[in-house]
Design a protein around this ligand. Structure first.
Ligand SMILES: [Zn+2]
Length: 113
């Protein structure tokens, strides 16, 4: 099964959260519905990170914040040769960190053609 990422939508007011919150930041409700978080997003900002901690098999990575069409901003790795704010990205899910006996999944945003 392909890994997926989700937003958590408040069942009372509809506010979207990612990552999961215990309490809705808008109305205080504690019940959420899972909504798939996928498709296109726009790059808000990015930075290159060198000096990575153990578990990353790369010399550096590009870390970005992207906004989905539902307004939610999330962070993830960015795979684009010339990242520019506002560019269109495709949200994919993949291994962002390799651990002992466990890989960690997260967003990998790719430059959309
Ligand atoms: Zn709410």
């Amino acid at each position: 099964m392909e890994p997926k990422m989700y937003a958590y939508q408040c069942t009372r007011c509809g506010e979207l959260h990612h990552p999961r919150h215990f309490v809705c930041r808008k109305c205080g409700n504690r019940d959420f519905a899972q909504v798939p978080l996928e498709g296109e997003a726009a790059l808000v900002t990015h930075t290159r990170v060198y000096n990575l901690p153990e578990g990353y098999m790369k010399p550096f990575l590009i870390f970005g914040i992207a906004r989905f069409s539902n307004g939610l901003c999330v962070s993830g790795q960015l795979e684009a040769d010339h990242p520019e704010s506002g560019m269109k990205l495709k949200a994919t899910v993949g291994v962002v960190k390799e651990g002992v006996g466990r890989d960690y999944y997260g967003f990998i945003f790719k430059g959309a053609d």
